[in-house]
Design a protein around this ligand. Structure first.
Ligand code: NAD
Length: 360
């Protein structure tokens, strides 16, 4: 059946990197049998300028009706002074909430060709390939009660609540086990079960769900140790599953192990596998409109879409293989440039990936 992909370019470098991803999707449709239609809409500051809203109803309706969403990036200095409700970032939160995207997949992959880009020693990170699965809609960022109150002494006290129900833990655990099944079948659940009741329940539920996935090896790790292990020996991990706040912190740490923000895709999935796919970087206003942006994070987001929502595993592998080929050819956008390599711009990088696409 024909799939519908909603394309949301957004702001800053968003339209430039999305143009390259759309060129690739067109190639997949014309030459490699992808049965999909693409429909475009505005989001973020660009949408605010046109409609007064960062997430117009028509954009949300299109995203809801699509099988998958591909988003560039939103935000920029032009919209920074707006009231919080109209800020471009509000569109992202709105999309995540309305589409019920509770499972955030953040891969940290370091192509051996770019091992020098990391601040860690090449032998520690070369070939790194971790997937962090972060719970996205619960935990301390959303828990009630929250607020600031005044104590009898007149001193202010601020409080937040770390709350997880069994069903919330179970659905993110299942999401992570399913992903581990598509990878090396190793899952590390990260918690602070020695101190926090909420994550003691987390550990119990993840352990229970594990019995449905006998092929996956499950390990539990306290978050402080996980942070240490991520910089000590990151290649020990395959898939990590954790809470909203721990995942927020650990996924940024893992991303930085790779040293190149322009290379990292992400996905946010609902319970049926429908997803929103986007690079982890922002709208990079400093380089917008200059043809300098690295489109590979967005192109790799398309590969994730093929793997996790459209179940086109062969197409996912072809895209990832084409990216590796292009890096082998020594082609680099400025953000990943190093001595002896050939510097190219956004469109040339997109073209090079398309040229390298072949059945494997
Ligand atoms: P950023 O990720 O946009 O940029 C950080 C640095 O990385 C900049 O020097 C930028 O030039 C560089 N960079 C980012 N992506 C690149 C790419 N593809 N190729 C080459 N270089 C790249 O983060 P920021 O500067 O903190 O934020 C800029 C704007 O983006 C802000 O308005 C912020 O709110 C927004 N933002 C949006 C998202 C999103 O849409 N998901 C995420 C983060 C930040």
């Amino acid at each position: 059946m024909t799939k519908k992909i909603c394309i949301l370019p957004g702001d800053g470098i968003g339209p430039e990197i999305i143009t390259e991803a759309v060129k690739l999707l067109d190639k997949l449709r014309s030459d490699f049998g992808l049965d999909a239609v693409l429909e475009h809409a505005n989001v973020g500051g660009t949408a605010y300028d046109q409609t007064g809203k960062p997430l117009p109803e028509a954009t949300l309706a299109l995203a809801q009706s699509a099988d998958a969403v591909l988003l560039g990036a939103v935000g920029g200095p032009k919209w920074d002074a707006l009231e919080p409700a109209f800020r471009a970032e509000k569109a992202l939160l709105g999309l995540r909430a309305e589409l019920k995207l509770f499972s955030n997949l953040r891969p940290a992959v370091l192509y051996p060709q770019l091992a020098d880009a990391s601040t860690l020693k090449p032998e520690v990170v070369a070939g790194l390939d971790i997937m962090i699965v972060r719970e996205l809609t619960g935990g301390i960022y959303f828990g009630e009660p929250r607020g600031v109150r005044e104590l009898d002494s007149g001193e202010k006290q601020a409080y937040n609540t770390l709350v997880y129900s069994e069903s919330e833990i179970e659905r993110i655990a299942r999401s992570a086990f399913e992903i581990a099944m598509k990878r090396n079948k190793q899952l590390c659940s990260v918690d602070k079960a020695n101190v926090l009741e909420s994550t003691r329940l987390w550990r119990d539920v993840v352990t229970r769900v594990a019995s449905d996935y006998p092929d996956v090896t499950l390990e539990h790790m306290y978050v402080d140790n996980a942070a240490m292990q991520l910089v000590r020996a990151p290649k020990q991990f395959d898939v990590i599953v954790t809470t909203n706040m721990f995942g927020d912190i650990l996924s940024d740490c893992a991303a930085m192990l790779t040293g190149s923000i322009g290379m990292l895709p992400s996905a946010s999935l609902d319970k049926n596998g429908k997803g929103m796919y986007e690079p982890i970087h922002g709208s990079a206003p400093d380089i917008a409109g200059k043809g300098l942006a690295n489109p590979l994070a967005t192109i790799l987001s398309v590969a994730m879409m093929m793997r996790y929502t459209l179940n086109e595993l062969a197409l996912a592998e072809m895209i990832e293989h084409a990216v590796a080929q292009v890096l082998d050819q020594g082609l680099r956008t400025p953000d990943i440039m190093s001595d002896g390599k050939t510097e190219i711009g956004t469109a040339e990088m997109g073209d090079a990936v398309i040229k390298a696409m072949k059945k494997i």
